[in-house]
Write a protein that binds this ligand. Structure first.
Ligand SMILES: [Zn+2]
Length: 75
């Protein structure tokens, strides 16, 4: 039997885990088609990035459907 207290605790843990995941992966889906993004090699998209982006970010993801590039910093 799960008590109401345990359920609430579990829910709280889930929310915390979800919030953390969201923070670490702010754009895991394409805003255009909601397509899951794929990690991509920085070298292969270097020509499409602005110098400031190249200098500031190291983790890039690409939408295979519309080829939009997403990036986020390493914290
Ligand atoms: Zn897309």
């Amino acid at each position: 039997m799960i008590t109401s207290h345990k359920t609430q605790e579990l829910l709280h843990e889930l929310i915390k885990a979800f919030a953390l995941k969201k923070y670490r992966l702010p754009c895991s889906r394409c805003i255009v088609g909601n397509t899951p993004l794929q990690s991509t090699d920085k070298q292969s998209i270097l020509h499409r990035l602005r110098p400031k982006v190249i200098a500031c970010f190291s983790h890039f993801e690409i939408c295979k459907q519309c080829e939009r590039i997403y990036w986020h910093g390493d914290h």
